[in-house]
Design a protein around this ligand. Structure first.
Ligand code: ISE
Length: 339
């Protein structure tokens, strides 16, 4: 049994603690830490954990009773525990984004390169979603030809956290497309532009500038648009349509029963992002546990993927703050991350 230590026991951290305890195989939650001690205590009580509640994240990481670390704290608190875990040789599954800046994400890449091996898997869960996996297989088979265009929809019913602000639209939400589109297209970004649309009057957060329209230009010249709409009200709606030279492939919707009633045909759409992607989260955790147990190293997406997304996110943030179309310059990939 792989003994996991959790840093961050609120929202998604709590969900992950539950999945390790009840759903996936091969690991146990052996330690928890949260800056809000009540959150750690609640996780222990609610899931009946036989886990130590640590007084700090460093004590948890250093403990001989902890084999590997899950970082599920706030986005801006990932860097220090990840660097510490690498320094003591422990593998890490970190929630996305890897960090909130390219500079910080680079520090993690550099630490792995200096140590001579990979320690970090980034929680870009869409890489484990069956729908996105099928898109990737179809694209890679070449049957629709080279990709020319794509349009994506990333709609949330409402912001995920109380502290969600305009920059989170990039770092918290669009970051998923910044990773998965680079993965699906198999190439780097050339430029990114963000436009802010008309504000939804139902938006509860006064200062939140959204919806946003993102335009990614790929190195090949292919173009991608992503609508990011954080207060859509009706459901968690994720769409992705890829246009190739010969055909189109679209992300399947999650199948739900068709109801014919009262002069209507309808399907439900989940409002919760954690439910929509529950399979992918389970697979992501199982992959981490299996790979670390067997090979003492985690699977993709790597710290390099996290860094590449951060480089693109920095460009998107600059554009959001008025820089117009911003070039994305990704430095050469170190040999450690070669395929
Ligand atoms: C949240 O953190 C996620 O990861 C969801 O997938 C995303 O849709 C949401 O906007 C984020 O806040």
């Amino acid at each position: 049994m792989l003994k996991l230590g959790f840093i961050g026991c609120g929202s998604i951290g709590r969900d992950h603690i539950e999945r390790v305890t009840r759903t996936v195989a091969g690991a146990t939650v052996a330690g928890v830490f949260d800056v809000v001690p009540e959150a750690a205590q609640a996780a222990v009580d609610d899931f009946g954990l036989d886990a130590t509640i640590f007084a700090s994240d460093t004590e948890l990481i250093d403990s001989p009773d902890i084999d590997a670390i899950v970082v599920a704290s706030r986005n801006d608190a990932h860097l220090a525990p990840i660097l510490h875990a690498i320094s003591v040789g422990k593998n890490v599954l970190s929630e996305k984004p890897l960090t909130t800046s390219a500079q910080d994400s680079r520090a993690i890449v550099d630490a792995e390169v200096a140590a001579g091996r990979r320690f970090v898997q980034v929680g870009f869960n869409r890489r484990y979603d069956p729908g996105y996996i099928q898109l990737k297989e179809i694209v890679d088979s070449g049957e629709i030809g080279a990709l020319l265009l794509s349009n994506c929809r990333h709609y949330n019913v409402a912001p995920a956290t109380a502290y969600y602000q305009t920059d989170n639209v990039i770092n918290d939400t669009l970051i998923h497309e910044l990773d998965i589109m680079r993965h699906l297209f198999g190439e780097s970004y050339k430029s990114i532009e963000i436009k802010i649309g008309r504000r939804n009057s139902l938006n509860p957060a006064a200062g939140l500038d959204e919806p946003q329209l993102a335009i990614f230009e790929m190195a090949s010249g292919a173009l991608i648009t992503v609508e990011v709409n954080i207060n859509c009200q009706y459901g968690y709606d994720i769409q992705c349509r890829l246009v190739g030279e010969k055909g189109i492939v679209s992300l399947p919707d999650v199948a739900t029963p068709e109801v014919r009633l009262d002069g209507q045909i309808r399907h439900s759409i989940d409002k919760s992002w954690t439910n929509r992607f529950i399979d992918s989260y389970n697979r992501e955790f199982q992959a981490f546990i299996d790979s670390v147990t067997r090979a003492n190293t985690p699977p993709a997406p790597s710290a390099w993927d996290g860094y590449a997304a951060s480089v693109a996110a920095d460009a998107a943030l600059a554009s959001l703050h008025g820089a117009g179309k911003v070039d994305v310059v990704l430095p050469e990939r170190p040999a450690l991350y070669g395929d």
